[in-house]
Write a new protein. Sequence first.
Length: 287
Amino acid sequence: MATLLLLAVGCEKGEGTSVVNPDEIRFETSIATRVAGTAFEEGDTFGLYAVEYDGDVVADLQVGGNYLNNEAVTLTSGIWKPARTLYWSANPCDFYAVYPYQPDVKSVDTYLFDIATDQSAPESEGALSGYEAADLLWAKAKKHSREDGAVNLQFKHMMSKVVVKLVKGEKYEGELPEDIVTHIYNTVTTAKADFTHGSLERYEFGEKRTITMRQTAPDTFEAIVVPQHIERRTPLVEITMEGIAYLLNYSVSFRPGYQHTITVTLNTSPEQEKIEINIDGAIDDWQ
Protein backbone atom coordinates (compact mmCIF):
# COMPACT_ATOMS: atom_id res chain seq x y z
CA MET A 1 0.00 0.00 0.00
CA ALA A 2 1.44 3.36 -1.01
CA THR A 3 2.18 5.70 1.85
CA LEU A 4 1.82 9.47 1.62
CA LEU A 5 3.95 11.72 3.77
CA LEU A 6 3.35 15.46 3.66
CA LEU A 7 5.99 18.10 4.25
CA ALA A 8 4.42 21.20 5.74
CA VAL A 9 7.06 23.85 6.31
CA GLY A 10 7.04 27.53 7.14
CA CYS A 11 3.87 27.48 9.24
CA GLU A 12 2.57 30.63 10.87
CA LYS A 13 0.46 30.14 14.00
CA GLY A 14 -2.58 32.22 14.69
CA GLU A 15 -5.82 31.69 16.58
CA GLY A 16 -5.55 27.91 16.63
CA THR A 17 -4.76 27.43 12.93
CA SER A 18 -1.59 26.76 10.90
CA VAL A 19 -1.03 28.43 7.54
CA VAL A 20 1.51 26.98 5.14
CA ASN A 21 3.80 29.57 3.57
CA PRO A 22 2.97 29.28 -0.15
CA ASP A 23 6.50 30.38 -1.09
CA GLU A 24 8.06 27.27 0.44
CA ILE A 25 8.14 23.93 -1.39
CA ARG A 26 6.26 21.00 0.13
CA PHE A 27 6.53 17.34 -0.83
CA GLU A 28 4.40 14.23 -0.94
CA THR A 29 6.27 10.97 -1.38
CA SER A 30 5.08 7.49 -2.14
CA ILE A 31 6.66 4.13 -2.89
CA ALA A 32 5.11 0.77 -3.53
CA THR A 33 7.59 -0.83 -1.16
CA ARG A 34 10.88 -0.11 0.51
CA VAL A 35 13.45 -2.65 1.62
CA ALA A 36 12.61 -2.29 5.28
CA GLY A 37 8.84 -2.11 4.80
CA THR A 38 6.14 -0.21 2.95
CA ALA A 39 7.22 3.33 3.83
CA PHE A 40 10.18 5.58 4.38
CA GLU A 41 11.54 5.63 7.92
CA GLU A 42 12.63 8.31 10.34
CA GLY A 43 16.03 9.67 9.30
CA ASP A 44 15.78 8.59 5.64
CA THR A 45 17.22 11.22 3.29
CA PHE A 46 16.82 11.74 -0.44
CA GLY A 47 18.62 14.12 -2.79
CA LEU A 48 16.46 16.65 -4.67
CA TYR A 49 17.11 18.46 -7.96
CA ALA A 50 14.91 20.97 -9.82
CA VAL A 51 15.26 22.44 -13.32
CA GLU A 52 13.23 25.40 -14.63
CA TYR A 53 11.02 25.87 -17.67
CA ASP A 54 11.38 28.79 -20.08
CA GLY A 55 8.00 28.76 -21.72
CA ASP A 56 7.47 25.20 -22.90
CA VAL A 57 11.19 24.37 -22.87
CA VAL A 58 12.73 22.84 -19.77
CA ALA A 59 16.41 23.01 -18.88
CA ASP A 60 18.50 19.84 -18.94
CA LEU A 61 19.41 18.30 -15.61
CA GLN A 62 23.06 18.99 -14.80
CA VAL A 63 25.44 18.21 -11.94
CA GLY A 64 25.32 21.89 -10.95
CA GLY A 65 23.68 25.08 -12.12
CA ASN A 66 20.13 23.77 -11.74
CA TYR A 67 17.47 25.67 -9.84
CA LEU A 68 18.02 23.15 -7.00
CA ASN A 69 21.16 21.02 -6.76
CA ASN A 70 21.18 17.78 -4.75
CA GLU A 71 19.36 19.24 -1.76
CA ALA A 72 19.26 16.86 1.21
CA VAL A 73 15.68 16.27 2.39
CA THR A 74 15.27 14.17 5.56
CA LEU A 75 12.26 12.56 7.21
CA THR A 76 12.22 14.16 10.66
CA SER A 77 9.45 13.61 13.21
CA GLY A 78 7.19 12.37 10.43
CA ILE A 79 7.68 15.25 7.98
CA TRP A 80 10.18 15.85 5.20
CA LYS A 81 12.59 18.65 6.11
CA PRO A 82 15.22 20.00 3.71
CA ALA A 83 18.60 20.99 5.10
CA ARG A 84 17.71 24.56 4.16
CA THR A 85 14.40 26.25 3.33
CA LEU A 86 13.49 25.70 -0.33
CA TYR A 87 11.45 28.33 -2.16
CA TRP A 88 9.45 28.10 -5.36
CA SER A 89 10.80 29.48 -8.61
CA ALA A 90 8.68 31.96 -10.56
CA ASN A 91 8.75 29.36 -13.35
CA PRO A 92 7.44 25.78 -13.33
CA CYS A 93 10.07 23.11 -12.61
CA ASP A 94 10.78 19.44 -13.17
CA PHE A 95 11.82 17.81 -9.90
CA TYR A 96 14.12 14.77 -9.59
CA ALA A 97 14.79 12.80 -6.41
CA VAL A 98 17.25 10.01 -5.59
CA TYR A 99 17.25 7.83 -2.48
CA PRO A 100 19.42 7.18 -0.54
CA TYR A 101 21.08 10.60 -0.62
CA GLN A 102 24.34 10.59 -2.59
CA PRO A 103 26.60 13.37 -1.22
CA ASP A 104 29.23 13.39 -3.97
CA VAL A 105 27.56 13.31 -7.39
CA LYS A 106 29.96 13.98 -10.27
CA SER A 107 27.59 12.97 -13.08
CA VAL A 108 23.80 12.80 -13.39
CA ASP A 109 23.74 10.66 -16.54
CA THR A 110 26.58 8.21 -15.83
CA TYR A 111 26.63 8.14 -12.04
CA LEU A 112 28.54 5.13 -10.70
CA PHE A 113 26.91 3.43 -7.72
CA ASP A 114 28.43 0.49 -5.81
CA ILE A 115 26.17 -1.88 -3.88
CA ALA A 116 27.35 -3.51 -0.67
CA THR A 117 28.72 -7.03 -0.99
CA ASP A 118 27.82 -7.90 2.61
CA GLN A 119 24.10 -7.30 2.63
CA SER A 120 23.75 -9.24 5.86
CA ALA A 121 25.47 -6.33 7.67
CA PRO A 122 22.98 -4.68 10.06
CA GLU A 123 22.14 -1.02 10.33
CA SER A 124 24.58 0.92 12.48
CA GLU A 125 24.42 4.40 13.99
CA GLY A 126 24.31 6.91 11.15
CA ALA A 127 24.49 4.26 8.43
CA LEU A 128 21.94 2.10 6.62
CA SER A 129 22.26 -1.67 6.58
CA GLY A 130 24.14 -3.16 3.64
CA TYR A 131 20.86 -4.31 2.10
CA GLU A 132 19.01 -1.00 2.56
CA ALA A 133 21.87 1.10 1.20
CA ALA A 134 21.77 -0.88 -2.06
CA ASP A 135 18.11 -0.08 -2.78
CA LEU A 136 18.51 2.89 -5.15
CA LEU A 137 15.17 4.70 -5.69
CA TRP A 138 14.30 7.43 -8.21
CA ALA A 139 11.38 9.80 -8.71
CA LYS A 140 10.40 12.61 -11.07
CA ALA A 141 7.60 15.20 -10.97
CA LYS A 142 7.09 17.06 -14.26
CA LYS A 143 6.25 20.75 -14.75
CA HIS A 144 5.22 21.58 -11.22
CA SER A 145 4.65 25.12 -9.97
CA ARG A 146 3.56 26.84 -6.78
CA GLU A 147 -0.11 26.78 -7.85
CA ASP A 148 -0.03 22.96 -8.10
CA GLY A 149 0.61 22.54 -4.39
CA ALA A 150 2.88 19.88 -2.91
CA VAL A 151 5.33 18.13 -5.24
CA ASN A 152 4.31 14.48 -5.53
CA LEU A 153 7.38 12.23 -5.81
CA GLN A 154 6.48 8.64 -6.75
CA PHE A 155 9.63 6.61 -6.16
CA LYS A 156 10.52 3.48 -8.11
CA HIS A 157 13.21 0.83 -7.65
CA MET A 158 16.17 1.10 -10.02
CA MET A 159 17.88 -2.13 -8.94
CA SER A 160 16.78 -5.78 -9.06
CA LYS A 161 15.86 -7.87 -6.05
CA VAL A 162 16.65 -11.58 -5.74
CA VAL A 163 15.06 -13.94 -3.22
CA VAL A 164 16.37 -17.44 -2.57
CA LYS A 165 13.71 -19.66 -1.04
CA LEU A 166 14.67 -23.06 0.41
CA VAL A 167 12.00 -25.75 0.31
CA LYS A 168 12.18 -29.19 1.94
CA GLY A 169 11.36 -31.94 -0.55
CA GLU A 170 9.55 -35.18 0.20
CA LYS A 171 12.80 -37.01 1.01
CA TYR A 172 14.22 -34.29 3.25
CA GLU A 173 14.66 -35.43 6.85
CA GLY A 174 14.46 -33.14 9.86
CA GLU A 175 14.62 -29.34 10.02
CA LEU A 176 16.74 -26.97 8.02
CA PRO A 177 20.15 -26.30 9.62
CA GLU A 178 20.52 -23.05 11.58
CA ASP A 179 23.91 -22.21 10.07
CA ILE A 180 22.79 -21.66 6.45
CA VAL A 181 24.64 -18.91 4.59
CA THR A 182 23.71 -17.96 1.04
CA HIS A 183 25.76 -16.03 -1.52
CA ILE A 184 25.17 -14.60 -4.98
CA TYR A 185 28.18 -15.22 -7.25
CA ASN A 186 29.53 -13.62 -10.42
CA THR A 187 27.52 -10.41 -10.57
CA VAL A 188 28.96 -6.97 -11.30
CA THR A 189 28.27 -4.84 -8.23
CA THR A 190 28.76 -1.42 -9.84
CA ALA A 191 25.86 0.22 -11.66
CA LYS A 192 25.75 3.18 -14.04
CA ALA A 193 22.70 5.33 -13.28
CA ASP A 194 20.99 8.02 -15.34
CA PHE A 195 19.17 10.40 -12.99
CA THR A 196 17.48 12.23 -15.88
CA HIS A 197 15.59 9.19 -17.16
CA GLY A 198 15.59 7.02 -14.05
CA SER A 199 17.43 4.21 -15.82
CA LEU A 200 20.26 2.01 -14.63
CA GLU A 201 22.51 -0.67 -16.10
CA ARG A 202 25.56 -2.74 -15.28
CA TYR A 203 28.80 -0.76 -15.43
CA GLU A 204 30.69 -2.28 -18.33
CA PHE A 205 34.05 -2.01 -16.55
CA GLY A 206 32.79 -3.19 -13.17
CA GLU A 207 34.21 -6.22 -11.38
CA LYS A 208 32.28 -9.37 -10.54
CA ARG A 209 32.03 -9.91 -6.82
CA THR A 210 30.27 -12.19 -4.34
CA ILE A 211 27.27 -10.87 -2.40
CA THR A 212 26.35 -12.25 1.02
CA MET A 213 22.56 -12.31 1.21
CA ARG A 214 20.60 -11.23 4.26
CA GLN A 215 18.44 -13.85 5.97
CA THR A 216 14.82 -12.86 6.64
CA ALA A 217 13.51 -16.26 7.75
CA PRO A 218 15.02 -19.73 8.35
CA ASP A 219 14.30 -20.60 4.71
CA THR A 220 14.47 -17.19 2.98
CA PHE A 221 17.38 -15.01 1.84
CA GLU A 222 17.32 -11.68 -0.04
CA ALA A 223 19.76 -9.42 -1.86
CA ILE A 224 19.77 -6.36 -4.10
CA VAL A 225 21.67 -6.88 -7.36
CA VAL A 226 22.62 -4.73 -10.32
CA PRO A 227 20.46 -5.51 -13.39
CA GLN A 228 22.42 -7.84 -15.72
CA HIS A 229 22.31 -11.18 -17.53
CA ILE A 230 23.86 -14.31 -16.01
CA GLU A 231 24.62 -17.34 -18.19
CA ARG A 232 23.60 -20.78 -16.94
CA ARG A 233 27.17 -22.07 -17.17
CA THR A 234 28.17 -19.53 -14.52
CA PRO A 235 27.66 -20.41 -10.83
CA LEU A 236 25.09 -17.99 -9.40
CA VAL A 237 23.99 -19.23 -5.96
CA GLU A 238 26.09 -20.80 -3.22
CA ILE A 239 24.35 -22.39 -0.24
CA THR A 240 26.49 -23.41 2.72
CA MET A 241 24.99 -25.82 5.25
CA GLU A 242 26.71 -27.80 7.98
CA GLY A 243 30.09 -26.75 6.62
CA ILE A 244 29.37 -27.98 3.07
CA ALA A 245 29.01 -25.52 0.16
CA TYR A 246 26.74 -26.21 -2.82
CA LEU A 247 27.21 -24.17 -6.02
CA LEU A 248 24.16 -23.84 -8.26
CA ASN A 249 24.14 -22.72 -11.89
CA TYR A 250 21.18 -20.70 -13.06
CA SER A 251 20.50 -18.52 -16.12
CA VAL A 252 18.69 -15.27 -15.39
CA SER A 253 18.34 -11.72 -16.65
CA PHE A 254 17.97 -9.47 -13.62
CA ARG A 255 15.60 -6.67 -14.62
CA PRO A 256 15.38 -3.26 -12.91
CA GLY A 257 12.36 -2.89 -10.67
CA TYR A 258 11.62 -6.62 -10.59
CA GLN A 259 11.90 -9.31 -7.92
CA HIS A 260 13.44 -12.61 -9.00
CA THR A 261 12.58 -15.55 -6.76
CA ILE A 262 14.79 -18.64 -6.97
CA THR A 263 13.25 -21.67 -5.29
CA VAL A 264 15.72 -24.35 -4.22
CA THR A 265 14.18 -27.71 -3.31
CA LEU A 266 16.32 -29.88 -1.04
CA ASN A 267 15.33 -33.49 -1.60
CA THR A 268 17.75 -34.92 0.95
CA SER A 269 19.29 -33.48 4.08
CA PRO A 270 22.99 -32.51 4.33
CA GLU A 271 23.64 -35.27 6.88
CA GLN A 272 23.18 -37.85 4.13
CA GLU A 273 25.97 -38.79 1.74
CA LYS A 274 24.61 -36.93 -1.26
CA ILE A 275 22.22 -34.01 -1.36
CA GLU A 276 19.79 -33.65 -4.25
CA ILE A 277 18.90 -30.10 -5.25
CA ASN A 278 16.35 -28.80 -7.77
CA ILE A 279 16.34 -25.13 -8.74
CA ASP A 280 13.50 -23.16 -10.24
CA GLY A 281 12.71 -19.44 -10.70
CA ALA A 282 10.03 -16.80 -11.12
CA ILE A 283 9.93 -13.06 -11.85
CA ASP A 284 7.43 -10.52 -10.52
CA ASP A 285 7.04 -6.77 -10.11
CA TRP A 286 8.94 -5.56 -7.06
CA GLN A 287 5.86 -4.62 -5.04
